[in-house]
Write a protein of this length. Structure first.
Length: 98
């Protein structure tokens, strides 16, 4: 990751903390608005239902799977970025203590 052209190792502790907070908020928002709804929708489509008036098409399931895979990929990307920031914070704090 870079911030204004600087590698993450050169960020100040304040910049690292601010970015970790931003990524945490973005991850929480994504999980609540995209990821979990896509999981619930896919589960709903795959659940057998006797009183369903219209059969679920393969295309509907494929679209739901595609949406869930995209949400999963973005979740992984955000998690990896947050992990990188948190490791940098740990490293920065470790240097300060020593």
């Amino acid at each position: 990751m870079t911030l204004k052209g600087r590698p993450i190792q050169r960020w100040t502790l304040r910049e690292l903390l601010n970015e970790s907070q931003r990524l945490g908020r973005e991850l929480t928002d994504h999980l609540n608005t995209d990821y979990m709804p896509s999981v619930r929708e896919l589960a709903r489509l795959l659940r057998p239902h006797r009183h369903r008036k219209v059969e679920v098409t393969d295309k509907s399931i494929a679209n739901a799977v595609d949406k869930q895979q995209k949400a999963q990929a973005y979740t992984t990307e955000l998690t990896n970025q947050l992990e990188e920031i948190l490791k940098a914070i740990h490293s920065h704090a470790d240097r300060e203590v020593r």
